[in-house]
Structure formats: C-alpha cells, structure tokens
Design a protein around this ligand. Structure first.
Ligand SMILES: Nc1nc2c(ncn2[C@@H]2O[C@H](COP(=O)(O)OP(=O)(O)OP(=O)(O)O)[C@@H](O)[C@H]2O)c(=O)[nH]1
Ligand SMILES: [Mg+2]
Length: 328
C-alpha cells in the first residue's frame, strides 16, 4: 500500500466495560447501622464512527482501538463516572463491514454512529435493599464491552472525476480548476494515489478527484472505485492523440470492465487537452471523429484555451442536474 493514502484497512475495536456497582453501607460517627449506599457503576465508552469531510484517507486509523471503561460505583450512592467514547473519524464514503463482509455502516455525512455500545454499569447494593434484606452484601458487576475486527473500505465521495491515460494532463487540469497542488510531470504514472481538490466557482464548491491514469497497468484500475460516486466524469485525451474516438471508447470499456453500471447517471464531458499542440485543421478533424452526443472542450494550460468554458459548462451541468445541497 502506498504512503499517505489508504482506502482499505482492518482494525480491532472494543467498547469499554461497564463499572461495577459498589457494596457499601452508610457510616457516620456514632451511627453504625446505616443502610446500603453503594452506587452504580458508570457506563463503558462507546466506539463511535464519525464522518469528516476534511479527511480523504484511512491512513490515520490505529490497528487496536479501545474505549474507556466506566468506573466503579462509590459510597453515598454515587454513580461511577462513564468511560469516554472513542470517536474514529473517517472520510465520507467509508463503508464499515464485519469480518464476513456484512455492511454495518455507510458513512455519508458528519453524524456520529455508535458501532459498539459501551457495557452498562452494574447496580450498587443500594438497589437491593428490601423488607427481607435490609443489608444486601452484593452488587452487580458491570457488563463487558463488545468488539471485534472490522473492515473499513473507502470510496471517495467527490462530484467530478478525471479519467484518462497516464500523461493526459489530468493533474494539470486539477491544479487549474482547484486549490490542489498535485505533482505534474512528463513521465507516465506521475500520480500514484488519488489527488483531491475543491473548485470554488460562483456559488458552488465542487469536489474533484484525479485518479492515477487508467489503461496501461493495474495501478490506475485499482483506483477506479473512487469515481463510483461521481456525478460528472471528465475524460481527458491529449490533442495529439491519433484517434480520439478510439481512445474514448477504450477508456469507457475499461470503466465498464470494472463495473458495468459505473457510467449510469453520470454526465460525461470530453476534454481534448494540450490543444496548443495542434492547429485549427486538426481540431476540425477531431470534432468530426468524436461521438456526436458527447460535449467537448479544447483545453490548454499554456494558452488558457477552454478553461473558463469548462468551468461554465461544469457549473451548468451542476445547476441543471444536481441539487446544490447534495454536493459533497
Ligand atoms: N503543451 C502542453 N502540455 C501539457 C498541457 N497539460 C499538461 N501538459 C504536460 O503533460 C505532462 C503530463 O501532465 P500531467 O498533468 O502530469 O498528466 P497526468 O494525466 O496527471 O499523468 P499521470 O499522473 O501520469 O496519469 C506534463 O509534462 C504537463 O506539463 C497543456 O495544456 N499543454
Ligand atoms: Mg497525474
């Protein structure tokens, strides 16, 4: 697994044990026969999973996670203090499964979800006094916490995904559109883990993900799952490619091979990148060659061609098709 990014991890979690109830009798100077006053044990801490919009990896999680136990009951009917919850923050789009791959939770917002509830505290002897037994000598033990191994799998929640071969100019486009500063270079497979950025445009904040180039080896294909939640896919094919129609079809095929339904409900745009490398005649022949129903834009970071147009187009698609409140 690569540094700084992790989208799959198995960890152990356990909630805290409940504290024991106390056996105690009220005592004061010259008053030896007070009734039972042993308090209840505190509740054990919960294991809580909470979504956090700012995180895009599972790498910060520890292998063993245990919430605090509740403390024992005290004299004077005092309940023991509750164990502190352990809150594990995960990126939106994280699925939590048990060891048998059964889905326990899907994290899509920043709410707190109790995964393992802390054990209840035991009752102190103050609860067991009755007409027959005025001096109960026993109290309950706390209930043990629960736990187990769980699997966390992340499919990043982003609005737009950038799809293309290595060296197409995906990371360059991400850096033009968003606040992200991905590594860019002229050797293939520069991007080895997903880069994520946010495009702030008019009244929209749009999250964009740049995954390693797909098609050439298994690396990029391993990250295709991160575009599953996207609403728009931008296919990026360099202007000096021989046959744009063909390249586009291959990219679509690769995606469908991963998941036949992955393109459903997604809007698609073709960006013909590095357009500074071609002249108008070549542009015309490219336009003739690409699928008729596919919106396209010529784009260059050198001449800035197409950048404003692309932003406006993305904005229009967002406004027409997606509820602003539902953007990631
Ligand atoms: N002339 C020209 N070169 C470009 C343009 N956009 C990107 N490039 C160059 O193309 C090369 C690849 O760009 P990247 O953005 O790293 O490509 P990528 O698709 O992210 O590549 P991988 O991470 O390997 O998949 C770099 O040398 C860029 O400088 C452009 O508009 N015009
Ligand atoms: Mg890249």
């Amino acid at each position: 697994m690569l540094k700084k990014f992790l989208d799959y991890i198995k960890i152990y979690c356990r909630s805290g044990d409940g504290g024991s109830g106390a056996v105690h009798f009220y005592r004061k100077k010259f008053f030896y026969k007070g009734g039972p006053d042993g308090g209840n044990g505190g509740i054990g801490g919960n294991i809580i999973i909470k979504g956090n919009k700012q995180i895009d990896t599972l790498i910060h999680l520890k292998k063993y996670n245990k919430a605090m136990y509740g403390s024992s009951g005290q004299k004077n009917n005092m309940t023991g203090s509750n164990g502190k919850d352990l809150i594990l923050e995960v990126p939106l789009g994280t699925i939590i499964k048990d060891e048998k791959e059964k889905i326990l939770l899907e994290i899509i917002n920043n709410k707190e979800n109790i995964l393992f509830k802390g054990g209840k505290g035991g009752l102190g002897n103050c609860n067991f006094k009755n007409s027959i037994n005025q001096t109960p000598q026993y109290a309950q033990k706390g209930i043990s916490g629960v736990g187990g191994w769980i699997i966390l799998e992340l499919k990043i929640l982003a609005d737009i995904g950038l799809i293309g071969y290595p060296n197409a100019g995906k990371s360059t486009l991400l850096s033009l559109l968003t606040n992200a500063k991905p590594k860019i270079s002229n050797y293939k497979l520069t991007t080895l883990i997903p880069n994520i950025g946010v495009l702030f445009y008019r009244d929209f904040n749009i999250k964009i993900i740049d995954i390693p180039g797909i098609g050439i080896n298994k690396l990029g294909n391993r990250f295709i799952k991160h575009i599953e939640h996207n609403k728009i896919l931008i296919f990026i094919i360099p202007a000096d490619t021989n046959n744009h129609n063909n390249e586009y079809k291959i990219l679509v095929k690769k995606l469908k091979f991963y998941n036949n339904k992955i393109l459903e409900k997604k809007k698609k745009i073709l960006v013909i990148s590095q357009s500074d490398k071609i002249n108008d005649n070549i542009k015309k022949s490219i336009i003739k060659n690409i699928p008729k129903d596919l919106p396209y834009i010529f784009l260059s970071y050198i001449t800035n061609e197409g950048l404003k147009e692309l932003k406006n187009k993305l904005y229009d698609i967002m406004i027409k098709n997606f509820d602003k409140k539902k953007l990631t």
